[in-house]
Design a protein around this ligand. Structure first.
Ligand code: OGA
Ligand code: MN
Length: 200
């Protein structure tokens, strides 16, 4: 946890290798759902427009999906508390989805915090691809706010990426092999319109 906090402080992002063991990744993979939905952009966006921007399919996490998912969410809770303690972020809740990218799927360069999702402060992406090879591609490319490319992250099993949502545009390069991840966001509580924006 210290390495994560230090890296967030210094660089704004952290690549946490072996965040979960091979065995734990396998257990999480066993919780992957049978049904997937076309990913949307924002909360109310039509899927049609989204399809040109991202082509992955998603399924939102819930503790009912099994003990490994609960354990994952517990680990995220520990990160939430540590981040709040060190950065006074007031992170309030966590939302996350499994994402499935089939061959050819991609997600164009974007920020995770935008209108409709402006309460996202800290992003996590966890990878579940046991035998990832360079030829599989589907790397996550991270940019800074000046559009300078700063990292190309291979979606290797067990790896967790954490970054400040408002500071790093990123994209998923087209994958050549089936690719699984868990994308998640710590959010602050906010007011939208004149309605308190409570947990989904
Ligand atoms: C996202 C995202 C990255 C990935 O869902 O917002 O950027 O590598 N995902 O799955
Ligand atoms: Mn993203």
């Amino acid at each position: 946890m210290n390495a994560l906090i230090d890296a967030l402080f210094t660089h704004g992002y952290y690549i946490w290798d072996d965040f979960l063991s091979e065995h734990e990744v396998a257990e999480l993979r066993d919780c992957l759902p049978d049904t997937w939905k076309k990913a949307r952009i924002g909360r109310n966006e039509e899927t049609v427009r989204a399809a040109s921007i991202r082509s992955d399919k998603i399924h939102w996490l819930s503790p009912a999906m099994g003990e490994p998912v609960q354990a994952y969410l517990d680990k995220m809770e520990r990160i939430r508390l540590a981040a709040n303690q060190h950065f006074f972020l007031g992170l309030f809740e966590y939302e996350a989805h499994f994402a499935k990218y089939e061959r050819g799927d991609f997600y164009q360069k974007h920020l995770d915090s935008f209108k409709g999702n402006e309460n996202r402060r800290l992003t996590t992406v966890f990878y579940m691809n046991e035998e990832w090879h360079e030829a599989d591609q589907g790397e996550l490319v991270i940019y800074d706010l000046n559009d300078q490319r700063i990292e190309k992250v291979a979606p290797k099993a067990g790896r967790l990426l954490v970054f400040f949502s408002e500071q790093f545009p990123h994209e998923v390069l087209p994958t050549q092999a089936e690719r699984y991840s868990i994308a998640g966001w710590f959010r602050v509580n906010g007011v939208q319109g004149n309605q308190l924006d409570i947990a989904r």
